[in-house]
Design a protein around this ligand. Structure first.
Ligand SMILES: [Fe+2]
Length: 343
């Protein structure tokens, strides 16, 4: 396995680049905007293709690299289902997995630092975001933070992991890089409490100043900019209401770009083909399924969860000469809100 812990010194953020092999697919956890060039260079050096960029939560102290990585690699951007971040193209929930070639992260919902905080477990290591830090825990006094929820996340979820599980947090301000569950249980001063109420009282009386970047970082992180805005300007988008009039028609081929798990969890629009975004380039290449469908002259109507992957797919298909490529703005989420049927 390739596993790289990368550091951004201004906000003391750790990001993690993970792949199963040289030459394979990679994902990155908690990328920082200022370091995007570095991540991409490293990925190139190791011959990796970045296919997913994941944030543990909405960060208040730095600007995420999710938007820039999406723009430069067309990767899938992933956060939890509570996330209000526009750039997110796949939302996950407790019990889901985040998969790339040879790597599968187990998704654990660990709210408390924020209401959209997740931890991700990869075998013998867990990425705890700002939920569990080394000898500390993430503050709970803004962004819908909740010390009671955090107590539950830490004591009833994270500390239930095997003792030897390696803890990789999103930040460390003292230069520590890794800990273990057993070590934190024994030595983390915040966890030496006798009751949930004692933990809540500690967290409610920290009286910390707001992060320096908070007023800039939070709005910038929520509004990274949508791939679908440009596609709409080019006239290649249908809103959900208009799409309802097209789907099922003889001149339209509907294509679902989501992953199997998303289809099972959220349903699908009846009558579509399933061609995962993961295989887009292969399907658009000469001899590929999409190339053949494009030659039919029918409208290729892509959709995904929220319209971001499908917008990138429209651009890629148009670039490949398929001028009939369109998508459903806002994805199946918008389709459902418009009263569209699902199966
Ligand atoms: Fe945070």
């Amino acid at each position: 396995m390739i596993f790289r812990q990368l550091f951004e010194p201004v906000s003391c953020t750790y990001s993690y680049l993970i792949a199963s092999r040289r030459g394979g697919e990679a994902l990155i956890i908690d990328p920082v905007l200022e370091k995007v060039d570095r991540y991409l260079q490293l990925a190139k050096d190791l011959d990796l293709q970045l296919v997913k960029a994941v944030d543990t939560h909405l960060h208040a102290d730095h600007i995420t690299g999710l938007g820039a990585l999406r723009d430069r690699t067309h990767c899938i951007t992933v956060m939890g289902e509570q996330s209000k971040v526009d750039v997110v193209s796949m939302r996950v929930a407790d019990g889901d997995t985040i998969d790339i070639e040879g790597v599968s992260l187990d998704v654990i919902y660990t709210p408390g630092h924020t209401d959209d905080s997740y931890s991700y477990l990869l075998g013998d290591r867990v990425f705890t975001g700002d939920t569990l830090l080394i000898r500390g825990t993430g503050r709970t006094d803004f962004q819908n933070g909740d010390p009671k929820a955090q107590y539950d996340s830490i004591f009833n979820r994270l500390l239930k992991l095997p003792d030897e599980t390696l803890v990789f947090p999103a930040h460390d301000y003292k230069g520590d890089t890794v800990s273990t569950i057993a070590e934190e249980r024994a030595h983390n001063p915040r966890l030496k409490v006798k009751s949930e109420q004692e933990y809540i009282d500690i967290m409610n009386n920290l009286n910390l100043a707001n992060p320096k970047m908070m007023d800039v970082a939070v709005p910038a992180n929520i509004h990274q900019g949508l791939a679908q805005q440009r596609i709409a300007e080019l006239g290649w988008a249908f809103n959900a209401a208009a799409a309802k009039g097209l789907v099922g028609g003889p001149d339209v081929t509907l294509i679902d770009l989501r992953e199997k798990r998303e289809r099972e969890r959220h349903g699908e629009i009846p009558g579509g083909l399933h061609l995962s975004y993961h295989d887009l380039q292969e399907n658009l290449a000469p001899g590929g399924v999409l190339r053949a469908l494009g030659a039919s002259g029918k409208t290729l109507l892509f959709y995904c969860a929220f319209g971001e992957r499908s917008a990138m797919a429209v651009q890629a298909a148009q670039d490949a000469g398929i001028t009939t490529a369109r998508h459903i703005e806002g994805g199946i989420d918008a389709w459902k809100k418009a009263g569209g049927p699902t199966a």
